[in-house]
Design a protein. Structure first.
Length: 121
C-alpha cells in the first residue's frame, strides 16, 4: 500500500507542476490554475490520509470508497463533456462569423473591381 501511495503522491505533485507550467505558457487562466491546483492537492491529501474521506462516506451513506470515486468520476466526466460541448459551440460560431466576414469582404472586393473596370472603359 505504501508503494501505491508514494506513486500516487508523485503523480499528484507532477500534475500540480504540469498545471503550473501550463499556466506559465498562458494556455490556462489563473482561475483554471487555482481549480486544478485544488484538485491535485485534494488528491494528494486523500492519498496520504485515506481516513479523511470517512466523513464524506458517512454523510452520503456510501459504503465503499470505490463507490465514491466512481460517483465523482461520473460527475466530472459529465462536467467536462458539457464544457467541451459549449466550447465547441463557441468556436463553431466564431468560425462561421469569420467565414461570413471573409466571404463578404471577397464579394465586396470583386464588386469594386467590376466597377473600376467599367469606369476605365
Amino acid at each position: 500500500m505504501i508503494l501505491l501511495q508514494l506513486f500516487s503522491v508523485a503523480f499528484g505533485l507532477a500534475m500540480l507542476y504540469w498545471s503550473f507550467i501550463t499556466y506559465k505558457k498562458r494556455l490556462i487562466f489563473i482561475k483554471e490554475l487555482a481549480f486544478w491546483s485544488l484538485v491535485w492537492l485534494i488528491f494528494v491529501v486523500v492519498t496520504l490520509l485515506p481516513e479523511s474521506t470517512n466523513v464524506v462516506l458517512q454523510t452520503f451513506k456510501i459504503s465503499r470508497m470505490m463507490d465514491l470515486y466512481m460517483i465523482v468520476a461520473f460527475i466530472v466526466l459529465w462536467l467536462v463533456a458539457y464544457r467541451n460541448y459549449i466550447e465547441n459551440r463557441i468556436i463553431k460560431r466564431k468560425l462561421q462569423d469569420l467565414v461570413r466576414q471573409a466571404a463578404i469582404t471577397e464579394a465586396m472586393g470583386k464588386r469594386l473591381d467590376r466597377k473600376k473596370r467599367k469606369t476605365k472603359k
